[in-house]
Design a protein around this ligand. Structure first.
Ligand SMILES: Nc1nc2c(ncn2[C@@H]2O[C@H](COP(=O)(O)O)[C@@H](O)[C@H]2O)c(=O)[nH]1
Length: 256
């Protein structure tokens, strides 16, 4: 089995190294990762300049194809010709912090996995609930266990699937219950942070993520808050199918 592993925190990130190390022995592992931290870059592709790839070693010595681009660039390049053989599975992470609810729309971690899914390759995005890499090896062992469990239940050569996994930063993560959840929702982000640079010019920082707004039973927020591992199956079809008839009526044109 060929596994492509990517991330968005950069090729030297602890979470990437822990995931690669934990997955050793599962198959032939190839790593593509961004040169810089690309958190929040979503599904961005770099179209306005060429990309470069150089070979390097990650935080725990694993070989990495380092791309001066986004997480989606990494997987896109790998799957459109740089990898000589197509992988059977794409893994992304382990992210430094949660990707729950609305985060999944901005997340480079989820986007890297989604890029594989869009190319028809099953994919899983892994994030740790709290920043700082606390208990990262327990999270990595949990990620491997989830990969092994999923692979025992589903073929890799069927229809692709995409999972978003959030793991509490706990030493006993491997023993925690795993629950399948739906995405919750956050409140809108906190206000912009205004500052002045040394030249007296205004600068602006994106404010912190909003608190959870829809975090009831069954959501990813609720599961993680209860000390469980959240597994959310994702889809990419953004069509609001329930609203098709409504908009057909609103935009109907008189018969010619
Ligand atoms: N508005 C803000 N959103 C934030 C911030 N820090 C994180 N986030 C959200 O989390 C994900 C992280 O995902 P990643 O895989 O890209 O690292 C990010 O995409 C945002 O949705 C923040 O400070 N403000």
């Amino acid at each position: 089995m060929r596994i492509l592993i990517a991330n968005d925190d950069g090729y030297l990130a602890t979470g990437l190294a822990a995931l690669v190390q934990a997955c050793e022995g599962l198959g032939e592992i190839t790593v593509f990762a961004p040169e810089q931290n690309a958190s929040g870059t979503s599904n961005a592709l770099t179209l306005g300049r060429p990309l470069n790839i150089f070979q390097a070693r990650g935080a725990r010595g694993h070989a990495v194809h380092v791309v001066n681009g986004t997480p989606s660039d990494c997987v896109h390049l790998a799957l459109t010709g740089v990898m000589s053989q197509r992988p059977d599975l794409v893994l992304s992470g382990i992210n430094n912090g949660a990707n729950m609810g609305d985060d999944t729309l901005y997340s480079g971690t989820v986007a890297a996995a989604m890029e594989g899914y869009l190319f028809g390759v099953p994919a899983i995005a892994f994030s740790q609930a709290e920043k700082g890499w606390g208990e990262i090896d327990a999270a990595a062992a949990t990620a491997r266990a989830i990969v092994e469990q999923v692979l025992s239940q589903v073929r890799l050569d069927g229809a692709p699937w995409l999972l978003n996994v959030n793991i509490p930063n706990r030493a006993d993560a491997l023993q925690l219950p795993r629950v399948v959840t739906r995405l919750g929702r956050r409140h809108a982000s906190e206000p912009v942070i205004r500052q002045t640079n040394p030249r007296g010019e205004p600068i602006y920082w994106i404010g912190p993520a909003g608190d959870a707004r829809e975090c009831g039973e069954g959501t990813d927020f609720h599961a993680v808050a209860q000390g469980r591992v959240s597994i959310t199956p994702l889809q990419v079809d953004l069509t609001d199918h329930a609203a098709l008839g409504l908009w057909a009526a609103r935009t109907a044109q008189p018969a010619a």
